[in-house]
Design a protein around this ligand. Structure first.
Ligand code: G3H
Ligand code: ZN
Length: 307
């Protein structure tokens, strides 16, 4: 089916107390693994492309891979920009057919984050495309962060309410104790903080970044308090690369990349399947279809024909 936007899917996830997996893809094997797992699990899925992935694969090529995989799938697939750090990147992705955007202004002062997020939201909404924004900051494990750093970067509940009201963003990435790019699931989320944010911001789906480093029980608990999109990247890369290393070691004379990469694709697919089941999104697409996911409308209603 054609790509769908993330809006209806995330709304249904909040109501149904499950989360949609948002899996990062950098190459064809990862795209196929993610979509195949979602189809087999009857789950809606978000495929997200980071700015790094765009640099690696090229914007049009990355978008074309996801569109092509979605066209063959009978579950809703969203193409999402992950951590877009400027207005222009969001515009380019909108033009390339992305059905969900993110402006990440988490490194900016509050007012600047509000201003640029609002611009992106205004622009994207003209085309019916939803926008994720970030307040507070999910740090990078490569920056050797301390517990205090993580705590200081967490989302402030009062500011979250003001931010959502002023920007009109459709979903909010919250900093509640996770750190990007951890290779072991060791972090506990601050569920009390999440509840406090929920008490202020009732209607917007929350997004968990940096999930590879979070304990699974903690992820499941967070889903009960409004986390409806969970981003998964590092653990897919770990599975891909470990399988590739093993395949090369097992077949030292093999020169056909397909015979090596097929193992990476299978390994990624199994991690995606596991996460889809953990998040409760397995089986959410029934024979009668998913809770009416809206397909993309590219014609904004900007006035009558005579104008
Ligand atoms: O935006 C992507 C993510 O937040 C993924 O985080 O690499 O720790 O799984 P991760
Ligand atoms: Zn992230």
């Amino acid at each position: 089916m054609p790509l769908v936007t993330s809006q209806a899917i995330l709304k249904a996830a909040v109501e149904g107390r499950f989360a949609v997996g948002a899996f990062n893809a950098n190459n064809m094997e990862q795209v196929q693994a993610i979509v195949d797992a979602a189809v087999e699990e009857r789950a809606p899925v978000i495929l997200q492309v980071s700015q790094g992935a765009i640099l690696y694969a090229g914007l049009e090529f990355a978008a074309a891979m996801v569109k092509s995989a979605a066209a063959e799938a009978n579950v809703p697939v969203v193409l999402h920009l992950d951590h877009g750090t400027d207005f222009e990147q969001n515009v380019r992705c909108l033009r390339a057919g992305f059905t969900s955007l993110m402006f990440d202004g988490s490194k900016l002062p509050f007012e600047e984050n509000v201003a640029i997020t609002s611009q992106v939201v205004d622009f994207a909404h003209m085309c019916g495309i939803p926008v994720e924004a970030e307040l507070g900051r999910v740090l990078q494990s490569t920056d050797s962060v301390s517990e205090e750093d993580v705590r200081n970067a967490m989302t402030n509940p009062d500011q979250a309410l003001e931010f959502v009201q002023r920007t009109g963003c459709d979903s909010l990435a919250v900093a509640i104790g996770s750190v990007h790019a951890m290779q072991a699931a060791a972090a506990e989320l601050d569920i009390e903080r999440l509840k406090a944010i929920r008490a202020k911001v009732a209607d917007v789906p929350f997004v968990l970044h940096g999930s590879s480093g979070v304990k699974e029980e903690s992820e499941v608990e967070a889903i009960q308090y409004g986390v409806a999109k969970i981003n998964v990247a590092t653990m897919l890369n770990v599975a891909f690369t470990e399988a590739l290393r093993k395949a090369i070691a097992d077949q030292p004379t093999q020169v056909d990349p397909r015979k090596l990469l097929v193992h990476s694709r299978d390994a990624v697919k199994e991690v995606v399947r596991h996460k889809i089941r953990l998040f409760g999104s397995s089986g959410q697409v029934t024979a009668s279809g998913f809770v009416s996911p809206k397909t993309v409308h590219r014609t904004a209603n900007l006035g009558g024909a005579e104008e």
